[in-house]
Write a protein that binds this ligand. Structure first.
Ligand code: ADP
Ligand code: MG
Length: 446
Protein backbone atom coordinates (compact mmCIF):
# COMPACT_ATOMS: atom_id res chain seq x y z
CA UNK A 1 0.00 0.00 0.00
CA UNK A 2 1.20 3.51 -0.81
CA UNK A 3 2.15 5.66 2.17
CA UNK A 4 2.52 9.42 2.35
CA UNK A 5 6.28 8.91 2.67
CA UNK A 6 6.26 6.94 -0.62
CA UNK A 7 4.79 9.98 -2.32
CA UNK A 8 7.94 11.98 -1.61
CA UNK A 9 6.44 14.57 0.70
CA UNK A 10 8.88 16.49 2.85
CA UNK A 11 9.78 15.37 6.36
CA UNK A 12 8.04 18.42 7.81
CA UNK A 13 4.76 17.46 6.20
CA UNK A 14 5.10 13.82 7.15
CA UNK A 15 5.60 14.87 10.72
CA UNK A 16 2.52 17.10 10.64
CA UNK A 17 0.54 14.27 9.05
CA UNK A 18 1.38 11.97 11.94
CA UNK A 19 -0.72 14.09 14.24
CA UNK A 20 -3.79 13.89 12.01
CA UNK A 21 -6.28 11.23 11.01
CA UNK A 22 -4.66 11.17 7.59
CA UNK A 23 -2.59 8.01 7.95
CA UNK A 24 -2.64 6.54 4.47
CA UNK A 25 -3.39 8.41 1.27
CA UNK A 26 -6.84 8.07 -0.24
CA UNK A 27 -6.91 6.88 -3.88
CA UNK A 28 -7.15 10.39 -5.33
CA UNK A 29 -4.27 11.49 -3.11
CA UNK A 30 -2.11 8.50 -4.03
CA UNK A 31 -2.72 9.08 -7.72
CA UNK A 32 -2.64 12.85 -7.93
CA UNK A 33 0.17 13.81 -5.56
CA UNK A 34 3.08 12.34 -7.57
CA UNK A 35 2.01 14.18 -10.75
CA UNK A 36 1.55 17.44 -8.89
CA UNK A 37 4.96 17.02 -7.26
CA UNK A 38 6.40 16.73 -10.76
CA UNK A 39 4.87 20.05 -11.69
CA UNK A 40 2.23 18.70 -14.05
CA UNK A 41 -1.12 20.37 -14.59
CA UNK A 42 -3.82 18.04 -13.40
CA UNK A 43 -7.52 17.43 -13.56
CA UNK A 44 -8.75 15.45 -10.56
CA UNK A 45 -12.18 13.86 -10.68
CA UNK A 46 -13.51 12.27 -7.54
CA UNK A 47 -16.70 12.47 -5.63
CA UNK A 48 -17.19 14.48 -2.47
CA UNK A 49 -15.46 13.20 0.62
CA UNK A 50 -12.58 11.46 -1.13
CA UNK A 51 -9.88 13.79 0.20
CA UNK A 52 -9.33 16.16 -2.69
CA UNK A 53 -8.23 19.03 -0.43
CA UNK A 54 -5.12 17.22 0.75
CA UNK A 55 -4.57 15.87 -2.77
CA UNK A 56 -3.69 19.36 -3.92
CA UNK A 57 -2.86 20.88 -0.51
CA UNK A 58 -0.02 18.58 0.44
CA UNK A 59 2.07 18.87 -2.74
CA UNK A 60 1.40 22.60 -2.84
CA UNK A 61 2.66 23.07 0.70
CA UNK A 62 5.59 20.77 -0.05
CA UNK A 63 6.73 23.36 -2.58
CA UNK A 64 5.92 26.43 -0.53
CA UNK A 65 7.57 25.20 2.66
CA UNK A 66 10.84 25.06 0.77
CA UNK A 67 10.94 28.67 -0.38
CA UNK A 68 12.27 30.15 2.82
CA UNK A 69 11.52 33.84 2.28
CA UNK A 70 8.22 35.66 2.60
CA UNK A 71 6.24 36.78 -0.47
CA UNK A 72 6.34 40.47 -1.39
CA UNK A 73 3.62 42.88 -0.23
CA UNK A 74 0.21 42.06 -1.74
CA UNK A 75 1.75 39.12 -3.55
CA UNK A 76 0.32 35.63 -3.67
CA UNK A 77 2.29 32.48 -4.41
CA UNK A 78 -0.58 30.07 -4.79
CA UNK A 79 -4.24 30.83 -5.45
CA UNK A 80 -7.04 28.42 -4.60
CA UNK A 81 -10.52 29.29 -5.86
CA UNK A 82 -13.54 27.70 -4.20
CA UNK A 83 -17.26 28.31 -4.68
CA UNK A 84 -18.51 29.16 -1.20
CA UNK A 85 -17.43 30.74 2.00
CA UNK A 86 -17.81 27.46 3.91
CA UNK A 87 -15.55 25.62 1.50
CA UNK A 88 -13.00 28.40 1.48
CA UNK A 89 -12.83 28.29 5.26
CA UNK A 90 -12.64 24.52 5.21
CA UNK A 91 -9.71 24.55 2.81
CA UNK A 92 -7.91 27.16 4.86
CA UNK A 93 -8.45 25.17 8.07
CA UNK A 94 -7.25 22.00 6.35
CA UNK A 95 -4.07 23.65 5.12
CA UNK A 96 -3.33 25.31 8.44
CA UNK A 97 -3.11 21.95 10.14
CA UNK A 98 0.05 21.49 8.09
CA UNK A 99 1.46 25.01 8.19
CA UNK A 100 1.22 25.42 11.94
CA UNK A 101 4.63 26.37 13.30
CA UNK A 102 5.96 27.18 9.82
CA UNK A 103 6.29 30.63 8.21
CA UNK A 104 3.86 29.67 5.43
CA UNK A 105 0.94 32.03 5.52
CA UNK A 106 -2.55 31.10 4.38
CA UNK A 107 -5.00 33.95 3.79
CA UNK A 108 -8.64 33.71 2.86
CA UNK A 109 -10.99 36.21 1.27
CA UNK A 110 -14.71 35.69 0.86
CA UNK A 111 -17.77 37.80 0.40
CA UNK A 112 -19.81 39.01 3.31
CA UNK A 113 -16.79 40.04 5.35
CA UNK A 114 -14.92 43.32 5.65
CA UNK A 115 -13.10 44.27 2.44
CA UNK A 116 -10.88 46.57 4.41
CA UNK A 117 -9.65 43.89 6.75
CA UNK A 118 -9.10 41.46 3.91
CA UNK A 119 -7.05 44.09 2.10
CA UNK A 120 -5.02 44.54 5.27
CA UNK A 121 -4.40 40.82 5.55
CA UNK A 122 -3.29 40.70 1.92
CA UNK A 123 -1.00 43.70 2.26
CA UNK A 124 1.74 41.65 3.86
CA UNK A 125 1.68 39.02 1.14
CA UNK A 126 0.36 35.45 1.26
CA UNK A 127 1.90 32.13 0.40
CA UNK A 128 -1.54 30.70 -0.20
CA UNK A 129 -4.68 32.68 -0.88
CA UNK A 130 -7.98 30.81 -0.70
CA UNK A 131 -10.75 32.85 -2.24
CA UNK A 132 -14.22 32.90 -3.67
CA UNK A 133 -14.07 34.33 -7.20
CA UNK A 134 -16.36 37.32 -6.66
CA UNK A 135 -14.52 38.76 -3.71
CA UNK A 136 -11.16 38.15 -5.31
CA UNK A 137 -12.22 40.15 -8.35
CA UNK A 138 -13.28 43.03 -6.10
CA UNK A 139 -9.90 43.02 -4.41
CA UNK A 140 -8.04 42.74 -7.71
CA UNK A 141 -9.95 45.69 -9.10
CA UNK A 142 -9.12 47.73 -6.03
CA UNK A 143 -5.47 46.85 -6.40
CA UNK A 144 -5.37 45.19 -3.00
CA UNK A 145 -3.81 41.98 -4.25
CA UNK A 146 -1.30 41.06 -6.96
CA UNK A 147 -1.21 37.77 -8.78
CA UNK A 148 1.72 38.40 -11.09
CA UNK A 149 3.98 36.17 -9.05
CA UNK A 150 1.39 33.49 -8.53
CA UNK A 151 2.82 30.16 -9.65
CA UNK A 152 -0.06 27.87 -8.72
CA UNK A 153 -3.74 28.05 -9.50
CA UNK A 154 -6.18 25.55 -8.01
CA UNK A 155 -9.81 25.43 -9.07
CA UNK A 156 -11.60 23.41 -6.41
CA UNK A 157 -15.16 22.15 -6.79
CA UNK A 158 -15.01 23.52 -10.30
CA UNK A 159 -18.34 22.02 -11.33
CA UNK A 160 -20.08 23.79 -8.51
CA UNK A 161 -18.48 27.09 -9.42
CA UNK A 162 -19.99 26.80 -12.89
CA UNK A 163 -23.41 27.44 -11.44
CA UNK A 164 -22.20 30.75 -10.15
CA UNK A 165 -21.00 32.33 -13.36
CA UNK A 166 -17.56 30.88 -12.90
CA UNK A 167 -16.45 30.91 -16.54
CA UNK A 168 -16.86 34.65 -16.61
CA UNK A 169 -15.07 35.22 -13.28
CA UNK A 170 -12.23 32.89 -14.14
CA UNK A 171 -11.57 34.77 -17.36
CA UNK A 172 -11.16 37.96 -15.34
CA UNK A 173 -8.96 36.38 -12.70
CA UNK A 174 -6.73 34.33 -15.00
CA UNK A 175 -5.64 37.48 -16.85
CA UNK A 176 -3.74 38.49 -13.72
CA UNK A 177 -1.85 35.22 -13.32
CA UNK A 178 1.29 34.42 -15.31
CA UNK A 179 0.91 31.74 -17.96
CA UNK A 180 3.92 30.02 -16.52
CA UNK A 181 2.17 28.38 -13.63
CA UNK A 182 0.85 25.05 -12.49
CA UNK A 183 -2.91 24.72 -12.74
CA UNK A 184 -4.96 22.09 -10.95
CA UNK A 185 -8.66 21.51 -11.38
CA UNK A 186 -10.75 19.38 -9.03
CA UNK A 187 -14.31 18.47 -9.63
CA UNK A 188 -16.82 15.82 -8.63
CA UNK A 189 -18.46 15.72 -12.04
CA UNK A 190 -17.29 16.43 -15.53
CA UNK A 191 -19.86 18.46 -17.41
CA UNK A 192 -18.92 19.81 -20.82
CA UNK A 193 -18.16 23.28 -19.47
CA UNK A 194 -15.50 21.78 -17.22
CA UNK A 195 -13.72 20.17 -20.17
CA UNK A 196 -13.75 23.56 -21.83
CA UNK A 197 -12.25 25.22 -18.79
CA UNK A 198 -9.61 22.50 -18.67
CA UNK A 199 -8.80 23.02 -22.35
CA UNK A 200 -8.48 26.75 -21.85
CA UNK A 201 -6.60 27.00 -18.58
CA UNK A 202 -4.68 23.76 -18.16
CA UNK A 203 -1.61 22.78 -20.14
CA UNK A 204 -1.30 19.16 -21.16
CA UNK A 205 -3.05 18.04 -17.98
CA UNK A 206 -2.87 14.60 -16.44
CA UNK A 207 -6.34 13.31 -15.79
CA UNK A 208 -6.87 11.41 -12.58
CA UNK A 209 -10.23 9.87 -11.94
CA UNK A 210 -10.95 7.57 -9.05
CA UNK A 211 -14.60 6.71 -9.18
CA UNK A 212 -17.07 6.96 -11.96
CA UNK A 213 -19.81 9.46 -11.40
CA UNK A 214 -22.46 6.87 -10.70
CA UNK A 215 -20.60 5.09 -7.98
CA UNK A 216 -21.78 5.48 -4.42
CA UNK A 217 -19.89 4.39 -1.33
CA UNK A 218 -20.13 0.65 -0.81
CA UNK A 219 -20.94 0.87 2.84
CA UNK A 220 -24.13 2.83 2.36
CA UNK A 221 -27.36 0.88 2.50
CA UNK A 222 -29.60 2.58 0.00
CA UNK A 223 -33.29 2.32 -0.54
CA UNK A 224 -36.38 4.04 -1.84
CA UNK A 225 -39.71 4.59 -0.13
CA UNK A 226 -42.68 5.33 -2.38
CA UNK A 227 -45.16 7.68 -0.78
CA UNK A 228 -47.22 10.72 -1.60
CA UNK A 229 -45.72 14.09 -0.79
CA UNK A 230 -48.16 14.68 2.03
CA UNK A 231 -46.91 11.60 3.90
CA UNK A 232 -43.23 12.36 3.67
CA UNK A 233 -42.84 14.31 6.88
CA UNK A 234 -44.56 11.66 8.98
CA UNK A 235 -42.57 8.85 7.49
CA UNK A 236 -39.38 10.84 7.97
CA UNK A 237 -40.30 11.21 11.61
CA UNK A 238 -40.61 7.41 11.89
CA UNK A 239 -37.21 6.87 10.33
CA UNK A 240 -35.58 9.47 12.55
CA UNK A 241 -37.12 7.91 15.64
CA UNK A 242 -35.77 4.52 14.66
CA UNK A 243 -32.23 5.84 14.98
CA UNK A 244 -32.10 8.00 18.06
CA UNK A 245 -28.82 9.77 18.67
CA UNK A 246 -27.60 9.24 15.11
CA UNK A 247 -27.16 12.30 13.00
CA UNK A 248 -29.19 12.71 9.87
CA UNK A 249 -28.93 14.94 6.87
CA UNK A 250 -32.21 15.63 5.07
CA UNK A 251 -32.24 17.06 1.57
CA UNK A 252 -35.03 19.30 0.39
CA UNK A 253 -35.50 20.69 -3.05
CA UNK A 254 -36.19 24.31 -2.25
CA UNK A 255 -35.03 26.84 0.31
CA UNK A 256 -38.57 27.51 1.42
CA UNK A 257 -39.53 23.86 1.68
CA UNK A 258 -36.38 23.01 3.62
CA UNK A 259 -37.06 25.75 6.12
CA UNK A 260 -40.63 24.61 6.62
CA UNK A 261 -39.58 21.05 7.12
CA UNK A 262 -36.92 22.04 9.63
CA UNK A 263 -39.48 24.02 11.65
CA UNK A 264 -41.89 21.12 11.55
CA UNK A 265 -39.26 18.70 12.82
CA UNK A 266 -38.17 21.13 15.51
CA UNK A 267 -41.81 21.43 16.55
CA UNK A 268 -41.94 17.68 16.90
CA UNK A 269 -39.03 17.78 19.30
CA UNK A 270 -36.08 17.03 17.06
CA UNK A 271 -32.94 19.10 17.44
CA UNK A 272 -33.06 20.35 13.88
CA UNK A 273 -31.36 23.08 11.89
CA UNK A 274 -31.31 24.11 8.26
CA UNK A 275 -28.89 25.51 5.73
CA UNK A 276 -30.05 27.01 2.47
CA UNK A 277 -29.76 30.14 0.42
CA UNK A 278 -32.23 32.15 2.47
CA UNK A 279 -30.09 31.86 5.59
CA UNK A 280 -27.47 34.47 6.27
CA UNK A 281 -23.89 33.36 6.22
CA UNK A 282 -23.50 33.67 9.95
CA UNK A 283 -26.65 31.61 10.52
CA UNK A 284 -25.33 28.90 8.24
CA UNK A 285 -21.95 28.90 9.95
CA UNK A 286 -23.57 28.62 13.34
CA UNK A 287 -25.87 25.80 12.29
CA UNK A 288 -23.00 23.83 10.78
CA UNK A 289 -20.90 24.26 13.88
CA UNK A 290 -23.79 23.07 16.02
CA UNK A 291 -24.27 20.08 13.78
CA UNK A 292 -20.58 19.23 13.84
CA UNK A 293 -20.55 19.55 17.62
CA UNK A 294 -23.48 17.21 17.90
CA UNK A 295 -25.85 19.84 19.26
CA UNK A 296 -28.17 19.17 16.34
CA UNK A 297 -29.42 15.75 15.27
CA UNK A 298 -31.02 16.69 12.01
CA UNK A 299 -29.77 19.06 9.37
CA UNK A 300 -32.12 19.98 6.54
CA UNK A 301 -30.26 21.29 3.53
CA UNK A 302 -30.58 22.12 -0.12
CA UNK A 303 -28.08 20.70 -2.58
CA UNK A 304 -26.47 24.04 -3.23
CA UNK A 305 -25.96 24.90 0.44
CA UNK A 306 -24.58 21.49 1.34
CA UNK A 307 -22.36 20.94 -1.64
CA UNK A 308 -18.83 19.97 -0.79
CA UNK A 309 -19.13 20.77 2.88
CA UNK A 310 -17.41 18.27 5.11
CA UNK A 311 -19.88 16.85 7.59
CA UNK A 312 -18.08 13.75 8.73
CA UNK A 313 -20.45 12.29 11.29
CA UNK A 314 -23.62 11.79 9.29
CA UNK A 315 -25.07 8.31 9.54
CA UNK A 316 -28.27 8.78 7.60
CA UNK A 317 -29.11 10.71 4.49
CA UNK A 318 -32.76 11.25 3.61
CA UNK A 319 -33.77 12.48 0.21
CA UNK A 320 -36.97 14.11 1.35
CA UNK A 321 -37.25 15.40 -2.19
CA UNK A 322 -35.52 13.51 -4.96
CA UNK A 323 -32.60 15.40 -6.46
CA UNK A 324 -33.46 16.81 -9.86
CA UNK A 325 -29.96 16.19 -11.18
CA UNK A 326 -29.06 12.51 -10.81
CA UNK A 327 -25.40 13.27 -10.03
CA UNK A 328 -26.59 15.13 -6.96
CA UNK A 329 -27.84 11.82 -5.63
CA UNK A 330 -24.27 10.61 -5.55
CA UNK A 331 -23.15 13.83 -3.88
CA UNK A 332 -25.85 13.55 -1.26
CA UNK A 333 -25.08 9.93 -0.48
CA UNK A 334 -21.42 10.88 -0.33
CA UNK A 335 -22.24 12.55 3.00
CA UNK A 336 -22.56 9.30 4.82
CA UNK A 337 -20.34 6.29 5.43
CA UNK A 338 -17.18 8.27 5.11
CA UNK A 339 -13.88 6.97 6.34
CA UNK A 340 -15.08 3.40 6.61
CA UNK A 341 -18.14 4.10 8.78
CA UNK A 342 -21.53 2.66 7.88
CA UNK A 343 -24.37 4.74 6.61
CA UNK A 344 -27.86 4.58 5.24
CA UNK A 345 -29.73 6.51 2.65
CA UNK A 346 -33.47 6.60 2.10
CA UNK A 347 -35.07 8.34 -0.85
CA UNK A 348 -38.68 9.44 -0.67
CA UNK A 349 -40.32 9.16 -4.04
CA UNK A 350 -43.67 10.79 -4.78
CA UNK A 351 -45.53 10.16 -8.05
CA UNK A 352 -44.10 13.28 -9.64
CA UNK A 353 -40.59 12.12 -8.86
CA UNK A 354 -40.57 8.81 -10.73
CA UNK A 355 -38.58 10.42 -13.52
CA UNK A 356 -35.90 11.54 -11.10
CA UNK A 357 -35.75 8.06 -9.58
CA UNK A 358 -35.35 6.47 -12.99
CA UNK A 359 -32.56 8.86 -13.88
CA UNK A 360 -30.76 7.97 -10.65
CA UNK A 361 -31.15 4.24 -11.17
CA UNK A 362 -29.86 4.62 -14.69
CA UNK A 363 -26.80 6.45 -13.42
CA UNK A 364 -26.20 3.87 -10.68
CA UNK A 365 -26.87 1.07 -13.18
CA UNK A 366 -28.98 -0.69 -10.56
CA UNK A 367 -32.43 -0.34 -9.03
CA UNK A 368 -32.71 0.96 -5.47
CA UNK A 369 -34.18 -1.59 -3.05
CA UNK A 370 -37.76 -0.78 -2.08
CA UNK A 371 -38.19 0.05 1.60
CA UNK A 372 -41.84 1.00 1.56
CA UNK A 373 -44.79 1.54 -0.76
CA UNK A 374 -44.74 0.41 -4.37
CA UNK A 375 -43.53 2.08 -7.54
CA UNK A 376 -46.13 4.48 -8.85
CA UNK A 377 -48.12 3.23 -11.80
CA UNK A 378 -47.71 5.07 -15.05
CA UNK A 379 -51.26 6.45 -15.04
CA UNK A 380 -50.78 8.00 -11.61
CA UNK A 381 -47.50 9.51 -12.68
CA UNK A 382 -49.04 10.83 -15.87
CA UNK A 383 -51.83 12.47 -13.90
CA UNK A 384 -49.41 14.20 -11.56
CA UNK A 385 -48.09 17.63 -12.40
CA UNK A 386 -44.34 17.95 -12.21
CA UNK A 387 -43.08 20.16 -9.42
CA UNK A 388 -41.75 23.08 -11.37
CA UNK A 389 -41.02 22.87 -15.06
CA UNK A 390 -37.56 22.76 -16.62
CA UNK A 391 -36.41 20.53 -13.81
CA UNK A 392 -34.24 17.61 -14.51
CA UNK A 393 -31.48 19.53 -16.13
CA UNK A 394 -28.56 21.11 -14.39
CA UNK A 395 -29.49 23.59 -11.71
CA UNK A 396 -30.53 26.79 -13.40
CA UNK A 397 -27.57 28.81 -14.42
CA UNK A 398 -27.91 32.53 -14.35
CA UNK A 399 -29.49 33.52 -17.60
CA UNK A 400 -27.48 35.68 -19.86
CA UNK A 401 -24.53 35.28 -17.57
CA UNK A 402 -26.12 37.20 -14.75
CA UNK A 403 -22.96 37.89 -12.80
CA UNK A 404 -23.83 36.08 -9.63
CA UNK A 405 -20.26 35.27 -8.91
CA UNK A 406 -19.44 38.92 -8.62
CA UNK A 407 -21.70 38.92 -5.64
CA UNK A 408 -19.84 37.24 -2.87
CA UNK A 409 -21.19 33.86 -2.00
CA UNK A 410 -22.65 34.41 1.37
CA UNK A 411 -23.66 38.01 1.35
CA UNK A 412 -27.15 36.67 0.91
CA UNK A 413 -27.51 37.29 -2.79
CA UNK A 414 -29.64 34.18 -2.99
CA UNK A 415 -32.34 36.01 -1.15
CA UNK A 416 -33.53 37.18 -4.52
CA UNK A 417 -35.03 33.70 -5.01
CA UNK A 418 -35.16 33.67 -8.78
CA UNK A 419 -35.97 30.01 -9.29
CA UNK A 420 -38.37 28.51 -6.82
CA UNK A 421 -41.71 28.60 -8.51
CA UNK A 422 -44.79 27.76 -6.54
CA UNK A 423 -45.48 24.09 -6.69
CA UNK A 424 -48.56 22.85 -8.42
CA UNK A 425 -49.02 19.97 -6.04
CA UNK A 426 -49.21 22.00 -2.92
CA UNK A 427 -45.64 21.09 -2.51
CA UNK A 428 -43.48 18.16 -1.71
CA UNK A 429 -42.22 20.63 0.77
CA UNK A 430 -45.34 21.50 2.55
CA UNK A 431 -45.61 18.69 5.01
CA UNK A 432 -48.28 18.68 7.61
CA UNK A 433 -48.55 16.75 10.75
CA UNK A 434 -51.95 15.29 10.64
CA UNK A 435 -52.24 14.09 7.20
CA UNK A 436 -55.86 15.04 6.85
CA UNK A 437 -57.61 16.37 3.83
CA UNK A 438 -55.40 19.40 3.13
CA UNK A 439 -56.57 22.14 0.89
CA UNK A 440 -58.82 19.79 -0.94
CA UNK A 441 -59.29 16.18 -1.77
CA UNK A 442 -57.67 16.74 -5.10
CA UNK A 443 -54.20 16.29 -3.63
CA UNK A 444 -52.56 12.99 -3.34
CA UNK A 445 -52.23 10.77 -6.29
CA UNK A 446 -54.76 12.86 -8.14
P1 ADP B 1 -13.37 16.30 -0.89
O1 ADP B 1 -12.74 17.63 -1.16
O2 ADP B 1 -12.97 15.25 -1.87
O3 ADP B 1 -14.85 16.39 -0.75
P2 ADP B 1 -12.12 16.54 1.68
O4 ADP B 1 -10.76 16.95 1.28
O5 ADP B 1 -13.03 17.60 2.20
O6 ADP B 1 -12.84 15.75 0.51
O7 ADP B 1 -11.97 15.35 2.75
C1 ADP B 1 -13.09 14.70 3.29
C2 ADP B 1 -12.78 14.16 4.66
O8 ADP B 1 -11.83 13.09 4.58
C3 ADP B 1 -12.17 15.19 5.60
O9 ADP B 1 -12.72 15.03 6.89
C4 ADP B 1 -10.69 14.85 5.60
O10 ADP B 1 -10.06 15.25 6.78
C5 ADP B 1 -10.73 13.35 5.46
N1 ADP B 1 -9.52 12.81 4.83
C6 ADP B 1 -8.85 13.31 3.77
N2 ADP B 1 -7.79 12.57 3.45
C7 ADP B 1 -7.78 11.53 4.32
C8 ADP B 1 -6.91 10.41 4.53
N3 ADP B 1 -5.85 10.21 3.75
N4 ADP B 1 -7.20 9.58 5.55
C9 ADP B 1 -8.28 9.78 6.34
N5 ADP B 1 -9.13 10.82 6.21
C10 ADP B 1 -8.90 11.70 5.21
MG1 MG C 1 -13.47 19.46 -1.66
Amino acid sequence: MTTFADLGLSAKLLKALEKTKLQTPTPIQAQAIPHIMQGRDLMGLAQTGTGKTAAFGLPLLHRLLDIGHPPGPKNVRALILAPTRELTLQIKDNLEVFTKGTPVKVTMVVGGASLFRQAQALAKGSDVLVATPGRLIDLLERGDVKLDQCGYLVLDEADHMLDMGFIHSLRKIAKHIPLKRQTLLFSATMPKDISEIADTYLRDPVRVQVTTTGKTADKVTQGVHFLPNGDKARVLEDYLKKHPGEQALVFGRTKHGSEKLMKLLAGWGFKAGSIHGNKSQSQRDRTLTEFRNGELDVLVATDVAARGIDIPTVRHVYNFDMPNVPENYVHRIGRTARAGAEGSSVSFCAPAEMGELQAIEKLLKKPLPILGGAPWAADIVAATPKPGQNRGQRPARPQGGRPQAAKPAGSKPQGARPAAKPKPMGGGNAPRRSDGGKPAGQRRSS
